[in-house]
Write a protein that binds this ligand. Structure first.
Ligand SMILES: [Fe+2]
Ligand SMILES: [Fe+2]
Length: 351
């Protein structure tokens, strides 16, 4: 293994030498030489055309070629890879300047275009991950708590609602944003625990790891959307950090002790989320909350029309919550029947 690594290192050093001689112009600056290299690559993937344009600057010593290759072996103190600013937009959309990170590792920054040829501006999700929410889902479905564990999960969620109502009252935009910071935790914790279980037991997960991680990502996209319309204050950020510290650990332990309780509780949390978004819609319809244009990230993620408004966003988010409710109550039911999640095919892509 060591031999192979060293061999590849020598090859890499040689290729860097050739690469440098062929394409770079070294400028002496004391013992520093700067090499600028522009690499272009175009790659097709289905109907999406990706144009990869990598532009990077490598700074090294006068023996820059050799050191350029050895940087990969850890001599980073002698070398610096600079970031070259190119154009605007990163994960945060059009608010941040995009910085392309230089690298000779052959991993060019990707460029994705929409069907109409316009540049896809989101790095946090890609066109093939977008979807149209199923708004026809039954929003009133409720799991009647039957067992002691069900009742405990139900009343725990009801009890959590009391301080939430007190804190946020009718500030539904802010409430939604804050609650999404919590809602994105269970899927990640459950998915991670199932992932570890799959590794420990040398067995498949039935797709549940992906389903739960997708749920976490979907909830995080809710947060990315609502933070465009409601900016958290310093004490709300502090609250998020505190709540995350407590909730993440509590849910982690809860899931290990009783996954059927953990999923049931999330099912009831989702029922409450549906209620919260219904109240949000009422406030929008009364005019108490301004029905501003939908954030651009929401328009692309849920494939909304260009003139979509905040109301349209709340409708699709509420539909998502209803789907999460079904998935988590279903997962709990599987456990209640004495089965494991992997025995029932996971509802991957259930939106
Ligand atoms: Fe959510
Ligand atoms: Fe949810």
């Amino acid at each position: 293994m060591m031999m192979a690594s060293r061999g590849e290192g020598v090859k890499l050093a040689s290729s860097m030498m050739l690469f440098s001689r062929s394409f770079s112009t070294a400028i002496s600056r004391g013992i520093i030489a700067k090499e600028a290299v522009t690499a272009k690559a175009v790659e097709c993937h289905g109907d999406v055309v990706r144009k990869n344009i990598g532009e990077f600057w490598v700074r090294g010593s006068v023996f820059g070629v050799r050191h350029g290759s050895t940087m990969s072996f850890g001599e980073k103190d002698q070398q610096k890879v600079e970031m070259k600013q190119t154009q605007s937009v990163a994960e945060g959309g059009d608010k941040e300047e995009k910085k392309e990170i230089a690298s000779y590792w052959g991993v060019p920054p990707s460029r994705v275009t929409k069907e109409d040829g316009a540049e896809w501006k989101w790095n946090c999700f890609r066109p093939w991950e977008t979807y149209s929410a199923d708004l026809s889902i039954d929003l009133k479905k409720h799991h009647v708590p039957a067992t002691f564990l069900d009742k405990m999960a139900y009343w725990m969620v009801k009890a959590l609602r009391f301080p939430t109502d007190l804190f946020f009252q009718r500030r539904y935009g802010c409430r939604a944003m804050m609650l999404e910071t919590v809602a994105a935790v269970p899927g990640m914790v459950g998915g991670m625990l199932l992932h570890c279980k799959s590794l420990r037991r040398f067995e498949h997960s039935g797709g549940w790891i992906k389903t739960l991680l997708d749920e976490a990502e979907n909830e995080r996209m809710h947060l990315m959307t609502f933070m465009e319309v409601a900016k958290p204050r310093w004490y709300e950020r502090a609250l998020v950090i505190t709540v995350q510290g407590v909730f993440l650990n509590a849910y982690f332990l809860g899931y290990i002790i009783s996954p059927k309780f953990a999923h049931r509780m999330v099912g009831y949390l989702e029922e409450e989320a549906i209620h919260s978004y219904t109240e949000f819609l009422k406030e929008l319809d009364k005019g108490n909350i301004e029905n501003v244009p939908a954030p651009a990230i929401a328009v692309d993620y849920w494939r909304l029309p260009p003139d979509a408004t905040l109301r349209d966003v709340v409708l699709v988010v509420r539909a998502d919550e209803a789907h999460h409710r079904d998935v988590n109550h279903f997962a709990s039911d599987i456990h209640y029947q004495g089965r494991e999640l992997k025995e029932a095919p996971a509802p991957i892509g259930y939106h």
